[in-house]
Design a protein around this ligand. Structure first.
Ligand code: ATP
Ligand code: MG
Length: 569
């Protein structure tokens, strides 16, 4: 007898894994791997950041290394402690532990000292050109730049001016410190980039200690080097900044400032998602202009928004995994994200029933005080999730949508004279339709077949339609918030001429139902509890929910368009 050998794991490595494995093999960093996630605390994290978090933490974990959380707080005007706290919370929630927590502002002194060192080496100079003039001198993609008239200042003069910049002798914007590289370089980033600007702004950590602040490009690589980061992974728009990243570090010719080997920058494609926008600046606008109720509005692509909507960290990590690591820009289908949360909740969310648009159904041959207690499993495939008791009584709620007075062909739900199954309970037949003066259907009078208790026809007769329902005497009233996509177009930033990206905001992205009904077992459900309302979708208890004023958010419906796409291959 022969045994088939199992196929080896054939999942191919992504390009970052290839690089890390090669570095580990060559012993480049003595077998060490250290990555960092470097958010600027100027907004809440979004699903794009989640991608970066999963890559940085995921790779380090895979190769036995660590990941630092570094707040890139070099721009005091836009940064805030509220954002720092939210970022810490979101990274934790996603399921990651950082090795060290650092702030670029911790390095302000060292950055300053290194700047003086560069000045002394003749590698940096103080420039008095206005913003506008600097731009003009810098040229453009087709034209080489011109040297600033201040480029030839002596090291001594530059040092004196730089110290006076720091001391507050000059107005904001009057002078900057620039790296002396190459104004003719085909790479615009190398045309004597700014290193420092004067800005009288209070910093959320350093207060008023500094009047000059380093630029991102200067501070970033140096922060990496100080922390001993081995692989500095960022998004593609920084590809053209890489020579600058390297240049700043390489000027430390006698290795006085940074340990070796120096870190290296690698770029991957930024994640975009259909039907939403993903820049903190735009998300902030949506919040400030009150198009949404806050950063954690469940319509937002922020991590706190997705969390409030009912997403799990597992689903977001699975999404990041499925999207993969690419070298070319891409737009992920929001359907894939919805697919991931559905797959996860399918497994973990207990089932229960709720009625969003209630219509009264009276079982006329059931006595008013008659109660049949049914014991229903919370999850058909997971007995460990337990069961719940559900009351079948004379007065019930069903969904308005589940009744048609004039039933079209192939209508298996309720209609005059028709018989349906009340899920897991019994069979009922509609005998009479009660209307109000305006002709609105207000009540259905039905009879039940007592033999069908449990939901099956005693004689095996075919009953195709199955409806969800609740006991009207037991159900609780609740508010249900139905969420849809934030924008009506796949790419809201692709604005037709004369239009604005906000024109595509979806006015129906939030629908609030104030008179929905839910199972009484949910009376004490705490915010964050996730459930499947049978036939309706996945829901979670909102932060606003209180025992006497329950609020549920729809996370996503049950229909999975992506599963079909995936099945087709
Ligand atoms: P935004 O444009 O949304 O403000 P950002 O790049 O300015 O984003 P940072 O706080 O600087 O935000 O980002 C922290 C890290 O997250 C960076 O390494 C950045 O490359 C990464 N990142 C930001 N947005 C995305 C995205 N859409 N996809 C993947 N990574 C991202
Ligand atoms: Mg940024």
């Amino acid at each position: 007898m022969t045994h088939a050998t199992p196929a080896p794991e054939t999942k191919s490595l992504n390009f970052l894994e290839e690089i890390m494995e090669a570095d580990l093999q060559s012993g480049k960093h003595s077998g060490r791997i250290c990555t960092r996630f470097p958010p600027e605390p100027n907004g809440y994290l979004h699903i794009g950041h989640a991608k970066s978090i999963c890559i940085n933490f995921g790779l380090a974990k895979k190769y036995g290394g660590g990941t630092n959380l570094r707040f890139d707080d070099t721009n005091p005007a836009k940064e805030d402690l509220e954002y720092v706290d939210s970022i810490r919370e979101d990274v934790h929630w996603l399921g990651f532990e950082w090795t060290g927590e650092y702030y670029a502002s911790d390095y302000f002194q060292l950055l300053y000292d290194y700047a003086e060192y560069l000045i002394q080496q003749g590698k940096a100079y103080v420039c008095d050109l206005s913003d506008e003039a600097t731009k003009e001198y810098r040229g453009n993609f087709y034209q080489p730049g011109k040297e600033s008239p201040y480029r030839q200042r002596s090291a001594a003069e530059n040092l004196d001016l730089f110290r006076r910049m720091r001391a507050g002798e000059f107005a904001d914007g009057a002078k900057v410190l620039r790296a002396k590289i190459d104004v003719q370089s085909p790479n615009m980033n190398l045309r004597d980039p700014l290193m420092y600007r004067i800005r009288r702004a209070s910093h959320h950590r350093t207060g008023d200690a500094w009047l000059i602040y380093p630029m991102y490009d200067y501070a970033h690589g140096i922060s990496d080097a100080i922390e001993g980061i081995t692989h500095s992974i960022c998004t593609l728009e920084f590809e053209d900044h890489k020579p600058l990243y390297d240049w700043f570090l390489e000027q430390d010719v006698d290795a006085r400032f940074f340990q070796r080997p120096l870190p290296h920058q690698y770029e991957f494609a930024r994640l975009n998602l259909t039907y939403t926008v993903m820049s903190k600046r735009r998300l902030l606008q949506l919040v400030q202009e009150k198009h949404v109720q806050g950063w954690d509005d469940p319509r937002m692509p922020t991590l706190c928004g997705l969390r409030r909507r009912g997403f799990t960290p597992e689903a977001i990590r699975a999404f990041a995994e499925k999207v993969g690591v690419a070298k070319r820009d891409m737009v992920a289908d929001v359907g894939l994200l919805e697919h991931c949360i559905r797959e996860d909740l399918e497994q973990r969310a207990p089932r229960t029933m709720a009625v969003l648009h209630p219509l009264k159904l009276v079982i006329t041959n059931l006595a008013e005080d008659e109660v049949h207690w049914l014991e229903l499993p919370n999850h058909g495939e997971r007995p460990e999730l337990g069961s719940r008791k559900v009351a079948l009584t004379r007065e019930l709620w069903i969904e308005q949508d589940d009744f048609r007075e004039e039933a079209p062909k192939k209508w298996f739900r309720l209609a005059p004279g028709a018989e349906v199954r009340l899920k897991s309970a019994c069979l009922v037949r509609c005998q009479e339709v009660v209307k109000d003066a305006a002709g609105q259907v207000v009540e259905l009078h039905c009879t039940w077949d007592p033999q069908s208790l449990g939901g099956n026809a005693p004689d095996g007769r075919k009953v195709k339609g199955t409806l969800h329902w609740l006991s009207a005497t037991h159900a609780l009233q609740a508010e249900v918030r139905l969420y849809d996509r934030l924008f009506t177009t796949e790419d809201p930033m692709n604005v037709p001429a004369g239009g604005d990206w906000r024109d595509a905001l979806n006015p129906h992205a939030l629908e609030i139902l104030v008179a929905a009904r839910v199972d009484p077992g949910l009376a004490a459900a705490v915010p964050g509890t996730r459930l499947q309302f049978e036939r309706l979708g996945y829901f979670c208890v909102d932060l606003d929910s209180k025992p006497d004023a329950l609020v549920f958010n729809r996370t996503t419906g049950l229909k999975d368009s992506w599963a079909k796409i995936e099945a087709k291959g």
